[in-house]
Ligand binder design. Structure first.
Ligand SMILES: [Zn+2]
Length: 365
């Protein structure tokens, strides 16, 4: 007699994603034995080491708990349906590492500051990267390798030969293709655990809050002032941590803005007049520099997710690649800041191109 078993979401990794399994059986106990025979990885989710059904696993026959019906040896009828319902706390499903994941993340798991719990936090975390360019590429590579479970990428640009000097997610065969698509393919090759979500659009006052709301941390790899102020204001309004980075020629900057602890406007209340600060395409950038700054951003994002160490919150890291100097400058939240101050004037996103006095054309270096 064929019996159908409902497999809850936390266990589907052991059934190749299948939510219903059919077995031939006459009693509940036979159903469970046949189920684990078909899917041996389920055995430790169902039975303890004495072969008894786990205390924290509920077994239901046609929506009735099996013990209320007489136990595991009751006779089943054709058409009966079983469901395995594990106890869960707080609505968040526990991640069970696969053997491959234990090997993949072993160097993290043995660190006491990360451990199995930290690795699970990374796997559950969602990081949004603004731009798959010079900063976004190295940040994405290390966040993906670290097992950040969801990486969102905002980019509408296409790969150009001049990008390959530093944008390490892209290769020769990607020239002319969308950067977001190229980034997704490269990440899949590094770590198939990562779900890459593409936002192939320019971040704007119309879409920024909607895109950012689904993420835990934002990593900013943009190269223009309107987007920099837009991302900062959007993170303040959404209460999201922002890991900021910027580069030009041989100089890099990085910092972390935690909610309530200051923002980009506290540091730079107004952008420089248009034309006074050149872009990387005008002034150049040493290719390895965004690699270093982007890796620092990945490092800070991981610390924010894990809640370990001291992040760059309240400090601006200033890096001179030519003289090999790192400086850390203190940052303070400005109580008069129009975005994150005590009486903020900015309560919704504004016209950032107008604010910065530049035409509306955003590109990521
Ligand atoms: Zn501020």
């Amino acid at each position: 007699m064929s019996v159908s078993i409902y497999i809850p979401t936390p266990y589907r990794r052991h059934t190749n994603g299948v939510s219903r399994v059919e077995v031939e059986a006459g009693t509940v106990r036979q159903v469970l034995d046949r189920l684990v025979a078909q899917h041996p990885a389920l055995a430790q989710q169902v039975f303890d080491d004495k072969g008894e059904v786990l205390q924290y696993l509920g077994i239901f026959v046609n929506d009735e708990e099996v013990h209320s019906l007489g136990g595991l040896d009751i006779e089943l009828k054709p058409g009966d349906e079983l469901a395995l319902i594990p106890a869960i706390a707080g609505g968040s499903e526990d991640i069970q590492f696969t053997e491959e994941q234990i090997i993949r993340y072993s160097r993290h798991i043995i660190l006491k500051e990360v451990g199995g719990e930290g690795q699970k936090k990374l796997l559950k975390s969602k990081v949004l990267i603004i731009g798959a360019g010079g900063l976004g590429c190295p940040a994405a590579v290390y966040l993906a390798a670290a097992g950040v479970g969801t990486i969102g990428i905002v980019d509408f640009d296409r790969v150009d030969l001049s990008n390959l000097q530093r944008q390490i997610l892209h290769g020769m065969s990607d020239i002319g293709r969308p950067k977001a698509v190229s980034a997704k393919e490269s990440i899949a090759e590094i770590n198939p655990d990562v779900n890459v979500v593409l936002h192939e659009t320019a971040l704007s006052r119309e879409n920024a809050l909607d895109i950012i709301k689904d993420y835990d941390v934002v990593v900013n790899g943009c190269d223009n002032f309107p987007t920099r102020y837009l991302v900062s204001d959007a993170c303040v309004l959404s209460g999201k941590p922002l890991v900021d980075g910027s580069i030009l020629r041989f100089e890099g900057q990085a910092t972390v803005f935690m909610p309530g602890k200051g923002c980009y406007r506290c540091l730079f209340p107004a952008p420089p007049p248009p034309g006074t600060v050149p872009s990387c395409s005008e002034a150049g950038v040493l290719g390895v520099l965004p690699g270093i700054v982007g890796c620092i951003q990945a490092n800070e994002a991981i610390k924010v997710i894990l809640g370990v160490g001291e992040t760059l919150s309240g400090r601006l890291l200033f890096f001179d690649a030519l003289n090999m100097e790192f400086r850390k400058l203190k940052l303070r939240r400005d109580p008069n800041c129009p975005a994150c101050g005590d009486n903020p004037a900015i309560t919704e996103l504004i016209d950032y191109h107008g604010f910065c006095g530049v035409p509306n054309q955003a590109h990521v270096s």
